[in-house]
Ligand binder design. Structure first.
Ligand SMILES: [Zn+2]
Length: 122
């Protein structure tokens, strides 16, 4: 009944996003590795810079991995025909929201509720 979602379009968007995230991920791993090697032959100050850069690279990498997992999950939902359904309440996620974030798993109402409870930690 409710099939307003262009599955092919979202599959293309998600696949492209995954490909670009995958490439970036390789680059970040290389950067982190380079920093580790350089530590043996750099001074104290640049070592601190290097460690800071490494921590930032790790944080960026973690965000990337999270995003990759979201995209993988969205692609899996496309395959199973559950794509576009809110995982919390089962309502359809508005197409506009899916266009902004094809990996969205929650409708706006549920997403706002989730953000509000996550915000407690800040
Ligand atoms: Zn919902």
């Amino acid at each position: 009944m409710t099939d307003p979602i262009d599955a092919d379009l979202f599959r293309t968007i998600l696949t492209e996003k995954r490909a670009s995230l995958g490439q970036h991920s390789e680059t970040a791993r290389d950067a982190a590795r380079t920093v580790e090697l350089d530590q043996t032959r750099t001074g104290r100050l640049s070592r601190m810079d290097a460690l800071q850069g490494q921590a930032m690279a790790r944080a960026t990498e973690q965000r990337r991995q999270l995003e990759l997992r979201r995209i993988e999950a969205a692609l899996a939902r496309l395959d199973s025909g559950e794509f576009g359904e809110c995982m919390e309440c089962g309502n359809m996620i508005p197409p506009g929201r899916l266009k902004m974030d094809p990996a969205a798993t929650l409708c706006l109402t549920c997403a706002e509720r989730a953000e509000a409870s996550a915000g407690v930690r800040r």
